[in-house]
Design a protein around this ligand. Structure first.
Ligand code: F6P
Length: 339
């Protein structure tokens, strides 16, 4: 068989190990891989690259994706299915391995219903894909964030300031919750739960008395009180939260209500690049291997997933049916550390 791989949506550390896993496992079955460049766009436009052993040498430690990505929404093109069928024929491709989050895999679920042989690999730094315990990219993003927290604590303490750090997570606050818990910060605001601002100001004043600084972690996807800025959306209809200036707005509110000088920083895309952690490398390799096995077994319409410490498979349509957001138990855990 000939397999066409593509990576769609926001890039994340672990994609290259997943590509490597799929290419190398496919070789065991006598199957061959090629790459479609920049997600669904490459399949739609017919842009390909060879993807053999040579191409996947030394990529396990590389961030990003060697085949590029985009937020191109195939489902929005009237001639989408027709064009991808034509390109699959042109390049002799029997099956597609689509690596992505809810949007990319949402398209995969749709085209599977229309007769395309497709298998999914879950990825997103947000860790919000339902039906898998973890997605690669998340561990690397949080690891990078906690290094930044350490730096912010040093400078915050030196200047006797409150520091605010905005981290990614559009609909789900997993990155913010894990960054908060693993860094020993003082407060966090998640998109899933209403923040008690008065309680937060009071708490920060007390923390400040004790240690002369404070650190607040906020998720980029939170509601900003009294925000009137215009909202920009991407091809999939998501608000581009990275451009709202959330960190500055929250920092201003804190400074105004506590009387303590406050500064803010945004981790932004630094969370998405760089070498993957060991966890993300191994997870990437494992789900990549599983995707190659699913294709070889003719098990289409499925997504590789992590359950406990086992790699399993789940129906694509089930995997994209809902998002995995931070639940009440996790929120309660964060609140224990508002001390
Ligand atoms: O892929 C998910 C994500 O990293 C979100 O956390 C973030 O809001 C978004 O992508 C940013 O997208 P872009 O890179 O297109 O600005």
């Amino acid at each position: 068989m000939r397999i066409g791989m593509l990576t769609g949506g926001g890039d994340c550390p672990g994609l290259n190990p997943a590509i490597r896993g799929c290419v190398i496992r496919s070789m065991d079955f006598g199957n061959e891989c090629i790459g479609f460049l920049e997600g669904w766009k490459g399949l739609y436009e017919g842009n390909t690259v060879p993807m053999g052993l040579k191409e996947v040498d030394e990529i396990v430690y590389k961030g990003g994706t060697i085949i590029g990505t985009s937020r191109f929404n195939l489902a929005k093109r009237d001639d989408g299915i027709e064009k991808i069928k034509r390109n699959m024929e042109k390049y002799n491709v029997d099956a597609i391995v689509a690596m992505g989050g809810e949007d990319t895999l949402g398209v995969a679920a749709k085209i599977y219903e229309q007769g395309i042989k497709v298998v999914g690999v879950p990825k997103t730094i947000d860790n919000d894909l339902y039906a898998t315990d973890f997605t690669f990219g998340f561990d690397t993003a949080v690891t990078r964030n906690i290094d930044a927290c350490r730096a912010l604590m040093d400078t915050g303490k030196s200047h006797r300031r409150i520091m605010v750090l905005e981290v990614m997570g559009r609909h789900a606050g997993w990155i913010a919750a894990y960054t908060f818990l693993a860094s020993g910060a003082d407060w966090c605001i998640l998109p899933e739960f209403k923040n008690d601002y008065d309680k937060m100001y009071q708490h920060l004043k007390e923390v400040y008395k004790r240690k002369n600084y404070g650190l607040v972690i906020i998720s980029e996807g939170i509601d900003i009180p009294e925000d009137t800025s215009t909202q920009v959306t991407d091809e999939f209809g998501h608000i581009t939260v990275t451009k709202r200036g959330t960190d500055e707005k929250i920092a201003k509110m804190i400074e105004k209500n506590t009387g303590i000088e406050t500064r803010s920083s945004v981790m932004g895309h630094m969370q998405r690049g760089g070498a993957p952690t060991v966890f993300d490398r191994i997870l990437g390799l494992r789900v990549g291997v599983k995707a190659a096995e699913l294709v070889n077994n003719g098990d289409f319409g499925k997504m590789a997933c992590l359950r406990g410490n086992k790699i399993e498979a789940v129906e694509l349509k089930e995997a994209v049916a809902k998002l995995k957001t931070v639940d009440k138990d996790w929120f309660e855990l964060t609140k224990i550390f508002f001390k």
